[in-house]
Write a protein that binds this ligand. Sequence first.
Ligand code: URA
Length: 158
Amino acid sequence: MGSGPSRPTLLVVGEAPGKTEDEGGEPFIGRSGQLLFKLIEEEVGITRADCFVTNIAKCRPPNNRPPTAKECEACRPWLLEQLDSLSPDAVLSVGNTATRQLFGVSEGISTIHGQRFELNGVSGIATYHPAAGLRSPNSVIPMIREDLRILKSQLSLA
Ligand code: URA
């Protein structure tokens, strides 16, 4: 379902658990997560301990495929319940799937990253998935850093 403090600064929402997360029972504990929280720490000045970390789809889809819209929709009540009970200062949505499902937009992440959204009264921002940062570090990591700086300045975090 997710892990983190009961009053987080940031609610981080990814796509779905991968193999490592499925086995470990916690989101973003593999290489993607290590990169993401390194960048959050460097750019926003908060650590994983300040974040509640979850995914739009709570179960790992077979063969590592992205979760379908129907699967995300089925998990949405859990996410909205988490948003309500955790009351984070902000939401960070990572990657196409989470961002489209979370904020109800149809554009791709390359168009909408860095933009501000609202979800049930909480401000949110979208950025690239850190897996894309691992695949194309030179082009993607600077954009994730810039989005995180926007998050920090717009939402007055840390
Ligand atoms: N990728 C995600 O989107 N979520 C995880 O928990 C792990 C990898």
